[in-house]
Design a protein around this ligand. Structure first.
Ligand code: DQA
Length: 165
């Protein structure tokens, strides 16, 4: 998370506390604010706050300054992708249900990657092994890459991929 501490003029601690790194946003789509209680057999029992702590810590280990954002609102998620594209911020995106039908979000992601931005699509579960409607991702074709099926480790793997670029 973007927890920023100032301790005197000389010391500035950002993100995982290991120094200012490249900014990365982890963007979670609809219903992912309900992690921990939502269908725990599929998504696990770790809640969104703990996920925010974990992505910040994983990012810190990789030299990234990671902020987790979540919204159930498509326009808000698209606004974050536009801003990331404009500012050259790397993105780990779990589009959640938007994955399967949001051409608006696809177009926003396509613009980001066409401009040289990096965006990793991730999923906690493996949508390809679930209901048929989840087998289609309208995002994958315009994302830099996709990671799915590793539980919350999908986020960590995506951050590693971003850090390596
Ligand atoms: C999900 C998979 C989607 O099909 C679903 O709508 C989600 C979460 C995942 O992380 O496994 O909300 O993106």
């Amino acid at each position: 998370m973007n927890d920023e501490t100032t301790a005197g003029p000389a010391l500035r601690v950002v993100g995982g506390g290991r120094g200012a790194g490249r900014t990365v946003w982890v963007v979670n789509g609809p219903n992912l604010g309900r992690l921990g209680s939502r269908e725990p057999d599929i998504y696990g029992r770790v809640d969104a706050e703990e996920l925010a702590r974990r992505v910040a810590a994983w990012g810190g280990e990789l030299g990234l300054d990671v902020t987790l954002k979540q919204s159930d609102d498509e326009a808000t998620v698209m606004g974050w992708i536009h801003e990331a594209a404009d500012r050259g911020i790397g993105v780990v995106l779990n589009p959640a249900a938007f994955t399967h039908y949001s051409y608006g979000l696809r177009d926003a992601v396509a613009d980001l990657t066409a401009r040289g931005g990096v965006l990793v699509e991730i999923h906690i579960s493996n949508p390809s092994s679930r209901e048929t409607f989840r087998h289609t991702s309208v995002i994958s074709g315009v994302a830099t890459g996709t990671i799915a099926g590793f539980g919350l480790d999908s986020y960590r793997l995506a951050l590693s991929a971003l850090a390596a670029r």
